[in-house]
Design a protein around this ligand. Structure first.
Ligand code: NAD
Length: 376
């Protein structure tokens, strides 16, 4: 079977869905690989490295995608590329399935079998394919570096001839994959770290990484959990949580916001009034900014100042660590491709929980219409 690796077309996207390493790995499984020219350039993987690994370079143009059996991408491919795919072609990538009405129409009419990696179940068997985790990990790490660089203070405690400097205090909202990596990174830099999450199970993980857990507010109604994910909290719960966080914010030097609820607007946890209570010179990095943000006033991809606090809209951070982000993404994708590769080409067994979980469109139909219409 023939697999095509696309060059990403979204502005600012530097990642690529395969590396020379995964090209070799997939070739060894009997696949043939086409790589679009310059696909890996922005991530530090040159065309000749893909060729040396055994891929065939293909030029962009009207025929791109024609006749291939599978397409691997980071973001959804351009409409012109999807138009070239023959029925039954496998497509795998981060397809932003929530509300993706136009994309779904096209995938259905082309009868593409699309695997949306956002929907991959978070089960042990799928861990090697879990791009949400590999990329969130990078975002959490980079968020702390950005905050530290923008901060007007040292992060570690220092004892100098000029006296002692106290360690910076970090507050992390959300103890998922990004939040836990932010915690670990801030600890390595020497910060004292506080972490808030609505899932009580997060306490043990936070403490095992040397963080101090801020328990969710004592409310009768606590947001439910499903499959390890938080469900949307009520406005009353969020109000109680904001009240609880106000004192913490006043003491924080850096705040890393990672709180999210899949398919929903991110919970608003820091109001403008709460920002006014923070120390001028402190920094907030909002990784939830593309989902509406955890902090008032953050702007996607920009740094703005509010009440003397620097607000960094941390969108697309994995792409800013493009070489390693691609290396991990490509391995996740290679594991998924190997998983669905049968004796005779690709086989999508809908009884398999991994395929059942993330097979978004198949045979001209969308398998998760509620998620697209926003009714979930
Ligand atoms: P996510 O990006 O959806 O959310 C980040 C965090 O925000 C979550 O921990 C969530 O509980 C928290 N959150 C939501 N509302 C909040 C609020 N109002 N205040 C504070 N925090 C709030 O989560 P994720 O990083 O994708 O991880 C989701 C879960 O999946 C976690 O339990 C994680 O450990 C688990 N996981 C399992 C596997 C696996 O078993 N293969 C792999 C990865 C992650």
């Amino acid at each position: 079977a023939e697999v095509l690796i696309l060059r990403e077309r979204n502005p600012g996207e530097c990642r690529v869905a395969a590396t020379p390493e995964t090209v070799r790995r997939l070739l060894a499984r009997g696949l043939t690989l086409q790589v679009e020219q310059s696909a890996g350039l922005a991530a530090g993987y040159a065309d000749h490295e893909f060729e040396t690994a055994g891929a065939r370079l293909v030029a962009p143009g009207p025929d791109l995608g024609a006749g291939v059996d599978a397409v691997l991408c980071v973001n959804p491919p351009a409409a012109e590329v999807l138009d070239q795919l023959r029925p039954g072609t496998l497509l795998a990538g981060l397809l932003s399935p929530y509300g993706a009405i136009a994309l779904v129409e096209q995938l259905q009419s082309r009868r593409v079998s699309a695997l949306a990696l956002e929907l991959l179940p978070r089960i042990s068997r799928a861990q090697s394919m879990d791009v949400l985790s590999s990329q969130a990990n990078i975002a959490g790490y980079k968020a702390v570096l950005l905050a530290s660089a923008a901060l007007d203070r040292y992060v570690p405690m220092l004892m100098t001839a000029a006296g002692t400097i106290q360690p910076a205090r970090a507050l992390i909202l959300g103890a998922g994959v990004a939040g836990l990596q932010a915690l670990a990174t801030a600890r390595r830099l020497g910060a004292v770290v506080y972490v808030s999450d609505v899932r009580p199970a997060a306490k043990e993980q936070v403490e095992s990484l040397g963080g101090r857990f801020i328990s969710p507010p004592e409310q009768e109604e606590r947001p439910a959990e499903a499959g390890g994910y938080a469900k949307a909290a009520s406005e009353a719960f969020l109000a109680a949580q904001r009240q609880q966080l106000a004192d913490q914010l006043a003491l924080a030097d850096m705040v890393i916001c990672t709180a999210q609820v899949p398919g929903r607007r991110a919970p608003m946890l820091i109001s403008d009034e709460m920002l006014a209570g923070m120390r001028p010179g402190s920094v907030v990095v909002d990784l939830a900014v593309a989902q509406g943000g955890n902090c008032a006033g953050t702007v996607c991809g920009q740094t703005v100042e509010r009440h003397g606090v620097r607000l960094i809209g941390g969108d697309g951070l994995p792409s800013s660590v493009a070489n390693h982000a691609s290396a991990l993404y490509a391995r996740n994708l290679a594991a998924l491709v190997e998983h669905v590769l049968g004796e005779d080409g690709f086989q999508l067994d809908q009884e398999d929980p991994i395929v059942a979980g993330c097979l978004f469109t198949h045979d001209g139909a969308c398998r998760f219409p509620d998620l697209v219409s926003g009714a979930n």
